[in-house]
Design a protein around this ligand. Structure first.
Ligand code: NDP
Length: 443
């Protein structure tokens, strides 16, 4: 186990106290949003006054215990999903991609098996068969949402504890600050694996986004079962979450070079949010629509929302692929893929870039000539469309975009600080060449 001065100096997330608060609040937040959805029609529940705080908390607790207690069946189904995704990731043949050299392992490069598209379509086929044969109607997930959510929360905490202590016992802990809560939150183990199964990739790609899509699909199934129709806003959410999950699978070979995989350790933060937070928080727009009688929006507004979604998706998809493929070509891991959809301008031929003393090259072409985080802007616009499609009556559908903006601002700050440390004066040259962070000429 080593001590990392940078980690200590950074005191990211407010150190041990800040991380403890984030961990407690994350649990409270998920339960709070669920209560807003399940019992308050999507409005934020508050105590009526100071004197009501006690009974408000008691009421809340009773709602959780009565309607969200996990059952053996919800645990079993959630775990079956986790195991099925793990088994497919480990066993189905796929593209073998080398990750970046890992400094703490003497420059060793791990091999990642990318078979996400096959696993994704097999999952869709399996779930569709279970639904239409009546063996497991998909709307059951919607009906038992609270119970599934708490099963995921419990599982995520158990996995985080097992991985943290597993790292210590097996001598795989690295970059440790020596402060338990902080280290538990940030993680100890960089790349835990079971055989060929990379647990961090599995949780980030196979679990969170596929689970998100299935939750939304369960909402659509519920709407159809309850009302005999699926509304356009519900179809919009199914398409939106299909596109997002599908993009993660079809671009899986680009993910080993992203920050989460090559730098972040697999700690509570990633484990909790990948196994529980992302699917069960990001899906509330879908749940909001599914739980009310089908409603329609005006045609011009609906057209505007689809244009916003598809436009933002296009920029997001191509910005990510332009940069990742540029880097992959440089390190020799680029492979031309056909997974649907391959969009025009996804690969740049002979792009302009800046050389750096650190060895990496920084792209200043394509979308990356306009802003340093064009993919974040596009991602936020997609998130906004998920809220706008629900109308403007309640806060719940807008929680995700609000949370996401704060999350990305913080992530940008951390990433910029890391890049400044890594690239020094070259980073200043880069920020002069591309002066805007998110929106050209504005911000
Ligand atoms: P980024 O894609 O922003 O990657 C940051 C790293 O990319 C930097 O540390 C640097 O690493 C490299 N880099 C930065 N600028 C350039 C450049 N001009 N040319 C080449 N390399 C560059 O990381 P994320 O992982 O944050 O985002 C990936 C995608 O995932 C985004 O679209 C984001 O919106 C999405 N995302 C979604 C989340 C969600 O919950 N919905 C959560 C997190 C991300 P290096 O050291 O290699 O130079």
């Amino acid at each position: 186990m080593t001590s990392d001065k940078n980690e200590k100096a950074a005191r990211e997330f407010g150190g041990p106290l800040g991380t403890a608060i984030i961990m407690v609040l994350s649990h409270g937040l998920m339960l709070y949003l669920w209560i807003a959805w399940r019992f308050n029609d999507g409005a934020a529940p508050f105590p009526a006054g100071l004197s009501d705080v006690g009974s408000f908390l008691a009421r809340t607790w009773e709602q959780v215990v009565t309607h969200a207690a996990p059952t053996w069946s919800t645990f079993a189904i959630y775990w079956a999903f986790l195991v099925a995704q793990g088994a497919m990731a480990a066993l189905i043949p796929g593209l073998e991609i080398k990750g970046l050299p890992i400094p703490s392992r003497g420059g060793k490069q791990l091999v990642y098996r990318c078979n996400g598209t096959t696993a994704w379509y097999l999952t869709l086929a399996g779930v569709t068969s279970l639904h239409f044969t009546g063996i497991y109607p998909l709307q059951t997930v919607f009906e038992q949402f609270g119970s599934f959510m708490v099963a995921a929360i419990v599982t995520a905490n158990a996995v985080a504890l097992a991985v943290y202590f597993g790292a210590i016992v097996t001598g795989n802990a690295e970059r440790m600050s020596g402060r338990f809560l902080y280290d538990f939150f940030k993680g100890a183990w960089l790349n835990p694996r079971i055989g060929t199964l990379d647990l961090k990739m599995w949780a980030e790609i196979r679990v969170s986004w596929i689970a998100l899509f299935l939750l939304t699909a369960s909402g659509a199934a519920h709407q159809y079962a309850a009302y005999g129709a699926v509304s356009t806003p519900m179809i919009f959410m199914v398409i939106a979450h299909f596109l997002y999950a599908n993009a993660c699978m079809k671009g899986e070979e680009c993910i080993p070079t992203t920050w989460d995989i090559f730098y972040e350790k697999w700690g509570w933060m990633l484990i909790f949010w990948n196994l529980a937070g992302v699917p069960f928080v990001y899906c509330f727009s879908s749940m909001y629509i599914a739980s009310r009688p089908p409603f329609e929006l005006s045609t011009p507004y609906t057209v505007f929302l689809f244009v916003l979604l598809f436009g933002a998706y296009y920029v997001w998809d191509t910005a990510n692929s332009q940069r990742n493929r540029f880097r992959m070509r440089l390190n020799g891991s680029y492979v031309k893929r056909k997974a649907f959809p391959q969009l025009p301008w996804g690969t740049l031929e002979n792009p302009r870039y800046l050389d750096t003393a650190a060895g990496s090259k920084l792209l200043v072409d394509g979308w990356w000539r306009y802003a340093r985080k064009p993919h974040y802007t596009a991602d936020v616009l997609m998130a906004l469309s998920w809220g706008l499609v629900c109308g403007v009556d309640h806060f719940l559908p807008y929680f995700y975009v609000t949370f996401f903006v704060i999350f990305l601002l913080h992530r940008t700050r951390r990433d910029m600080a890391r890049c400044k440390r890594k690239y020094g004066a070259d980073w200043d040259r880069y920020t002069e060449a591309v002066p805007y962070r998110y929106i050209p000429k504005v911000f």
